[in-house]
Design a protein around this ligand. Structure first.
Ligand SMILES: Cc1cc2nc3c(=O)[nH]c(=O)nc-3n(C[C@H](O)[C@H](O)[C@H](O)COP(=O)(O)OP(=O)(O)OC[C@H]3O[C@@H](n4cnc5c(N)ncnc54)[C@H](O)[C@@H]3O)c2cc1C
Length: 401
């Protein structure tokens, strides 16, 4: 791909320089000139009123792909110790919506060993079809077996859309499968919709440090693959539906994998379950010190909640990284989220905006988090939190009496 300016057409209006976020175009002697910082994003091409800037693309091989051969939405299941990860049910909810819009089937693909008794139950979350690849070795996650099997299945069945959890496991196999099937893959999507006419999946995700929301499509190739973090979408309410179950026994053995799982070691520290928590109390820079963070823990104890932190709180070593909420932390959607001393930077917001009720405690009435919050308390958290704890305890005791 290359970019050039037609010097005869350029009027030197400067709109290209104004739109460019990267100093990728400069005005020299009243004519636009592309600089080494250009990343070919194309913003200047769109904005040029006289079409003087042109991006020249080589014809992509994928353009010749017959897209009509690809139909159906697939969700790839992730499991650990025979329990399906919650993100799978959340993806089934979104997948149902996409499949209905495209008028195709929604399929859940499980690579596992001991799911025979649970398949009907999984179907209640929206799937029309369950493709169950069964092999005793697949009770655990083997990266290379997932890559090989999914690649074979995709080539054979040609799904149009594939959604995968953006978990350590999904992030491991998804790009490897995408490469093998020559597909586009958008990681960490926060929004998915369909352009019905073109059947393109519009995949939205934060980019450039969370300052821009980019919507990405892969119009010339199929399948369209996306990963989504846990907590972004909601599962459907359970309902009975007809489901076709395709069970395929695979004859794998240990030699088929270059790796061997010798032992699974559980981390010793207390398990943090932010993604599934119903109440989260999060502290940011406004908490002031590690010592003060105990206030956040006390409020959390009082409400039987999990504790979260902004990236600043993590960087200041007030709380460990697995508690971080936001773009580079966890995405959460509790029933109640109380943000204490958090300004509401976009990178934080993308991780918690799905919460049902948001309460913010901040001493600055202009803090952006107060715009998002359903309830805002403007005040010093050192005073507000002890008062809150007192009130909650009082209500509890009254109820017990
Ligand atoms: C690529 C990238 C990824 C990022 N990922 C994340 C992420 O995952 N999660 C994340 O959180 N951030 C992330 N950030 C950082 C983000 O941009 C912000 O810097 C960060 O969220 C700010 O944290 P904060 O709200 O705790 O601190 P600040 O922005 O400094 O806000 C502190 C707030 O506390 C209030 N306050 C101060 N004292 C008190 C008091 N006594 N009582 C009540 N209120 C008080 C202040 O009014 C202020 O609003 C990322 C940034 C980048 C560039």
């Amino acid at each position: 791909m290359s970019i050039r300016v037609d010097r005869d057409l350029c009027t030197g209006c400067g709109s290209c320089v104004e739109i460019c976020l990267y100093n990728g175009v400069a005005m020299i002697n009243d004519i636009a000139q592309i600089t080494d910082d250009c990343n070919l994003c194309g913003a200047c091409v769109d904005v040029c009123p006289v079409e003087a800037i042109v991006i020249e693309r080589e014809e992509l091989k994928a353009e010749k792909m017959d897209l009509t051969q690809y139909r159906g939405v697939w969700i790839i299941a992730e499991h650990f110790k025979n329990k399906i990860h919650n993100v799978v049910f959340q993806l089934l909810g979104k997948g149902r919506e996409l499949a209905d819009a495209l008028k195709v089937n929604l399929s859940l693909v499980i690579l596992g060993a001991n799911f025979d008794d649970n398949l009907k139950e999984f179907s209640q979350y929206g799937a029309d079809e369950i493709i169950y690849i069964k092999s005793s070795i697949l009770k655990d996650y083997y990266s290379d077996l997932y890559v090989k099997t999914l690649t074979e299945l995709i080539i054979e069945h040609k799904p149009e859309i594939i959604l995968i959890g953006a978990t350590p496991m999904g992030r491991d196999f998804a790009p490897r499968v995408a490469k093998r099937v020559n597909a586009g893959l958008t990681a960490d999507c926060t929004g998915l919709t369909i352009d019905i006419e073109s059947r393109n999946l519009l995949q939205t995700r934060p980019t450039f440090g969370g300052n821009i929301m980019a919507t990405i499509k892969t119009p010339t190739s199929r399948p369209q693959m996306a990963t989504v973090r846990p907590g972004i979408f909601k599962p459907l309410k359970k309902s009975k539906r007809k489901v076709i179950i395709k069970k395929i026994d695979y004859d794998y053995n240990q030699k088929d994998s270059v790796s061997k799982i010798v032992k699974i070691i559980n981390r010793e520290k207390k398990k943090i379950n932010l993604e599934e928590a119903e109440i989260i109390i999060t502290g940011g820079r406004g908490v002031g010190s590690k010592e003060n963070f105990k206030l956040i823990e006390q409020l959390a104890d009082c409400l039987n909640a999990e504790v979260g932190g902004s990236r600043v709180a993590v960087e200041l070593n007030w709380i460990e990284q697995d508690h971080q909420v936001g773009q580079t932390g966890k995405t959460v959607s509790p029933k109640l989220y109380i943000a204490c001393g958090i300004s509401g930077a976009i990178q934080h917001i993308v991780g918690m905006q799905g919460s049902e009720i948001i309460v913010a405690i901040n001493k600055d009435p202009k803090a952006p988090i107060l715009k998002l919050a359903h309830y805002g308390i403007v005040g010093d958290l050192q005073k507000v939190i002890p008062e809150l704890i007192k009130k909650i305890k009082k209500i509890r005791t009254e109820k017990e009496i």
